[in-house]
Write a protein that binds this ligand. Structure first.
Ligand code: ZN
Ligand code: ZN
Ligand code: FE
Length: 750
């Protein structure tokens, strides 16, 4: 006989860990006990040595599906002669425990709601320890029903029995419910609840081309028939959203295959319990309304992730499911506060009386170079910690301005917030501040250092100012933060070459950077190369109007006369002249080396897009126009200014114009341009390797959300003998900035 003490850390609470150990112990005739502690789970087991060894073996290799074990410590203990195994109450404050993200419906619960004999048949709030709402309903810790928005629902005797039975799937499932005791659905129009079956009313409204607001896990969606052009167009008008694609929910994989191409990694991403939106390639001639994703050959697809979704999708193969908000405002999640807005946006509401405590947006990912890479990290992921090796302090990193997230690092756990949004909106700023407060409380953290961007005007940087008189504030250059986000995520020590391509970020010299080659590590990075700078004519407006970038670059490459002549033909002559005059005098024309701006310029020149209605639109359409069969490649001239490599695109722009004159199609121009950028990555990496002797290349920045660029870039660099690293779990766009900031600050504090 032998007795062991086991200390298990990681996501081990609220995921059915104790009942799992209980069942395991019973099956091996092992005695002892298990309890939750402030750090995870603690168990003592006593029995025959072989049995105890298989217990530990099983625990290591087949833990509960939602658990994420970080470490298991095993120590010998003196025998106590314990034969029975029990689940003890919690010990201690539970302040260091990890909080589980929301989890998509499990197969056992899905089977129950489809079974007419089951007491949860067609019950929209069915869940168990393996699935259901978590983070969106947790008001405070410890994670107990009384601290969730389920606190007002008293368990009925039957649910109570399940909740207290260690052998039941719902043992200590905090949000458990049934039709007798749990939340109820309603269907309302203009704020008035309608008589009848909510599902039937929903179907009718959708079939009539209506828009229904559906209350999900982290907020409301707007649903309509994805094959009804008029309905989708009306939804666009209501949302005031021009071209930015809408996400679609599809009933099952069969449905997905009818509309989209699907490779194995994409299928896995769709099916996983986190249920993100996956950006898939649309099949040609699909019957989906054009207005769902105009001029876009990708489609954001998710599978049903709550019982409510499963039930509404029974009658619909696919539905548009886009967040309920106007333009880019935060998604509505509060019934009462959002009521009037929902009435304006939708014809009806399919809601319920389980309160959403916090807004959490759907997560978005895309498979590139064989791996699912997060574009937006929210539901299903937040607030699961990311690793931050070697950190021992508490750091609050405030992120950027666009696609903001913040990151609370506490020791080796970095809690990256869900997607907050663009901080230009006051409403978003309020949500940002409230969410920071909430994280500090949930993780019982008192920051010892603050990290923020260098940009003085970011809302997040101004927020950092509040701490200046009492805490060290580290201002971290935007592209160093992108670079560090990869180093930290991939656990890279030492130095690397960084190729960081994004839209714009504040540089150390007051210029807007964005097409950067860096050499460094977490602690510091020097700028060793960058794209030739061009003026952002009219400032930020040039980002929304790619033709302005084309004008600026054309003027630099071919001279003003030719540039003006070119835009005369598009009817932009007068405005072009004014912009160039202002630019000459340096009026509202900051210089930028942003790679995204070069993509904008080429897209505008190639006739693909002169004005963008959402961020990255011109670059996305340029990539999608790319004709792989077309031959040729443009080139960059790399020259040295002092020690700095300048990636000069002027000849490239002249070649684009030359091709246009010859009548080249935009698909060929896009192909030749993308090949040039891939070649630039290789050339810069080779030059940097010669100088620094490193084979390690880090790719980050929003421009790499271009599947062609990332996959070709990685393949070609690897072929050239480089070890290439890019973001996976952390967004490579500005949603990953805060995590990078935290990683840099952690190193600077030492
Ligand atoms: Zn379940
Ligand atoms: Zn019940
Ligand atoms: Fe950026």
């Amino acid at each position: 006989m032998i007795r062991y003490a086991l200390t298990i850390k990681g996501i081990v609470q609220g995921v059915g860990f104790r009942p799992y150990l209980y069942r395991l112990a019973k099956s091996l005739s092992i005695g002892g006990y298990v309890c939750n502690t402030s750090e995870g789970v603690y168990a003592e087991i006593e029995g025959e040595e072989a049995a105890c060894d298989s217990f530990i073996d099983e625990l290591k290799h087949h833990p509960p599906s939602l658990a994420q074990i970080k470490s298991i410590e095993v120590e010998r203990r003196p025998l106590r002669g314990e034969r029975d195994f029990s689940i003890a109450g919690s010990s201690g404050g539970e302040r260091n425990t990890l909080i589980s993200p929301d989890v998509g419906i499990c197969s056992a619960c899905a089977a129950e709601i489809a079974d007419p004999q089951n007491r949860r048949y067609r019950y929209a709030f069915t869940n168990c320890t393996d699935c259901g709402p978590r983070f969106t309903i947790i008001c405070d810790i410890p994670y107990d029903r009384r601290n969730t928005t389920m606190s007002g629902f008293m368990l009925c005797p039957e649910c109570r029995r399940e909740y207290e039975d260690p052998l039941d799937r719902r043992f200590h499932a905090q949000p458990t419910a049934c039709p007798v005791c749990g939340p109820q659905l309603y269907f309302s129009k203009a704020g008035v609840e309608q008589e009848g079956d909510p599902f039937a009313l929903f179907d009718q409204c959708i079939h009539e081309g209506g828009i229904v607001a559906v209350k999900g896990l982290g907020g409301f969606h707007l649903a309509c028939d994805a094959r009804n052009e008029a309905a989708v167009t009306r939804l666009r008008e209501k949302k005031v959203r021009h071209d930015k694609p809408f996400a679609v929910m599809m009933r099952d994989l069969d449905a997905v295959r009818r509309y989209c191409e699907l490779e194995a990694a994409e299928e896995a991403a769709l099916l996983c319990a986190r249920k993100p939106i996956v950006l898939l390639r649309k099949k040609k001639n699909s019957r989906i309304a054009q207005a769902v994703a105009p001029r876009n050959n990708r489609l954001g697809v998710m599978l049903p992730y709550t019982p409510l979704h499963c039930l509404i999708m029974e009658q619909h193969e696919l539905l548009v499911m886009t967040s309920a908000n106007r333009s880019d405002r935060p998604m509505i999640y509060d019934d009462a506060k959002g009521a009037s807005c929902l009435c304006e946006l939708a014809d009806a509401v399919l809601g319920h009386n389980r309160r959403i405590f916090r807004r959490v947006d759907d997560s978005v990912c895309m498979v590139m170079a064989g791996k699912a890479r997060m574009f937006r990290r929210g539901r299903g992921y937040a607030p699961e910690p990311l690793p931050l090796k070697g950190n021992s302090g508490v750091i609050l990193a405030l992120g950027g301005q666009q696609k903001n997230t913040f990151c609370l690092a506490k020791g080796e756990n970095a809690f990256l917030s869900g997607h907050i949004g663009d901080l230009d909106e006051l409403e978003t700023e309020k949500f940002y501040e409230a969410e920071i407060e909430s994280y500090l409380r949930l993780f019982d953290a008192r920051p010892e250092a603050i990290a923020c961007d260098l940009h003085p005007d970011y809302v997040s940087t101004r927020y950092a100012g509040r701490f200046k008189d009492r805490l060290p504030v580290y201002e971290i250059q935007h592209h160093h933060a992108h670079f560090a986000s990869v180093l930290a995520e991939q656990g890279l020590q030492g130095k690397a070459i960084g190729l960081i391509f994004d839209g714009t970020g504040f540089g150390k010299n007051g210029i807007l950077w964005g097409g950067e080659a860096l050499w460094g590590n977490l602690a510091q990075a020097e700028r060793i190369g960058h794209l030739l700078e061009a003026p952002l004519l009219g400032g930020e407006a040039a980002i929304r109007e790619p033709w302005r970038m084309a004008l600026a670059m054309l003027a630099m490459a071919c001279g003003e006369a030719e540039a003006l002549d070119y835009f005369e033909r598009f009817g932009f002559g007068n405005q072009a002249n004014l912009l160039l005059r202002a630019g000459e005098r340096g009026l509202n024309s900051p210089l930028t080396s942003g790679a995204g701006r070069l993509f904008d310029a080429v897209a505008a020149l190639a006739g693909i897009r002169t004005h963008a209605s959402y961020e990255g639109q011109a670059a996305i359409e340029l990539e999608q126009a790319l004709d792989e069969a077309a031959e040729g490649c443009y080139g960059f001239d790399i020259r040295l200014e002092g020690n700095i490599m300048i990636f000069d695109w002027r000849q490239l722009i002249r070649d684009v114009v030359h091709d246009l004159r010859k009548g080249c199609r935009s698909g060929q121009i896009a192909a030749k341009f993308h090949r040039a950028v891939v070649q630039l990555l290789i050339d810069v990496a080779v030059l940097a390797r010669k100088r620094y002797g490193s084979r390690r290349v880090v790719l980050s920045g929003g421009v790499f959300q271009n599947a062609y660029l990332l996959s070709r870039g990685i393949a070609r660099l690897e072929k050239g003998g480089f070890a290439v690293y890019a973001n996976e779990k952390v967004p490579m766009n500005d949603g990953g900035i805060s995590y990078g900031q935290a990683a840099v600050a952690a190193r600077l504090i030492g």
